[in-house]
Design a protein around this ligand. Sequence first.
Ligand code: BGC
Length: 519
Amino acid sequence: MPAVGGIPVGPGREYPGNLTPYVTVTCIVAAMGGLIFGYDIGISGGVTSMDPFLKKFFPAVYRKKHAAQSNNQYCQYDSETLTMFTSSLYLAALISSIGASTVTRKFGRKLSMLFGGVLFFAGAILNGFAQAVWMLIVGRILLGLGIGFANQSVPLYLSEMAPYKFRGALNIGFQLSITVGILIANVLNYFFAKIKGGWGWRLSLGGAMVPALIITIGSLVLPDTPNSMIERGQHDAAKTQLKRVRGVDDVEDEFSDLVAASEASQLVEHPWRNLLQRKYRPHLSMAILIPFFQQFTGINVIMFYAPVLFNTIGFGDDASLMSAVITGVVNVAATLVSIYGVDKWGRRFLFLEGGTQMLVCQIVVAVAIAAKFGVSGDPGHLPKWYAIVVVLFICIYVAGFAWSWGPLGWLVPSEIFPLEIRSAAQSINVSVNMIFTFIVAQAFLQMLCHMKFGLFLFFAFFVVVMSIFIFFFLPETKNIPIEEMNKVWKTHWYWSRFVNDDDYPNVEMSKGSQATKNV
Ligand code: BGC
């Protein structure tokens, strides 16, 4: 029986190509599409804790926040209106990622990126100048629509553009800009909250125009991917482009594989319905489960509510915002580790190591909070060392996420879908991610109030489930050309039963998987 990660298939066909300066710069520019998503994740939590903002738009929430304080720290921040405001964006993103599927497939990845930038820009203007709640809400919907387009197209763009041996590292540029966006937003909130006139929130929200402009301009100057050009019938231009991107003239093998993939994809009339075919069961399962699991690591509890959480465990306002900045720095630094290692150590190793690290930290944090807060939520006096230990373990947890589920949650789906379903499957990936980001964001404060320290054990349980899933069901995808990816399913102990020889005629069956199939 082959190893659970699929048999070691080796690179199979080796396409010539280098990590040229051209492809590197192109991918860096495209990866900046992650900035808009990250900026928003980081900015919302801080803004909704600024008093002048609450007073102007959510006076009831403001009054509640400052009304008689109970000693039960677990339930201090329970406000549905506010979480609804924050998480509404994710519903808009979910819807637009489905529309983005068609634009990305028919008109190219670039156009989707452009839409992403323009919509996000419009949302940022409306929010920065908001006078009434409706402007805030419409603004957030526009931001969400922008994020849906960008997250659907940027990871695909990167995975298609990159030479396969560096695909992991270049694709993770997307996650790196998400983390940089979060960090910049946290730092800006920290300073803007101090502005005397109380209008700092306008700068925080309006500041989103900057990352929006970067991706808008970026999408105008970037070239389209050869895969996308072939998909739209521009064969000659695509070949010239492929030579330029790879920095070599001998691109025949890769080009003919791209053309073959494109021909297969032309036969498909209904990419959505197509996804339901048995041979796409592995892909569909990953498109749904990977983003679901990514959100059930519980990461956004930290990303959205770090200041609230640190407040809860006894930090003052300023110290809480500062701690959020510290977790932000850890998030960026650990993503760099992933860029370094992903194409060397592989995806499975990072997933499993990161999962174990997160699990240990979640248990330690749950025990630490339980020991001091118990179930009543009244900590009495909290020693300083105690808060430091909690922050430390939260940082180790963030690092574990940042080199595993964070980047890989975007990388793996973008590299496993065959061209004929790529755009539709990626939309499912984004939509599922957004639904569960929405659910976690919406439910967190209620959950903290009711489950108390058990909340951390709740997410720890899911980390165990997802690690077992990766161990048994995710084949290794490092160093495999994207259009040859089908071999990883065909040689996998479980997924091989869903794919026939006829489905992927050019892939040789391994003896091992053949044997498994016959059992
Ligand atoms: C996730 C976000 C998360 C971020 C944290 C991304 O990969 O999709 O939900 O907030 O990582 O860095």
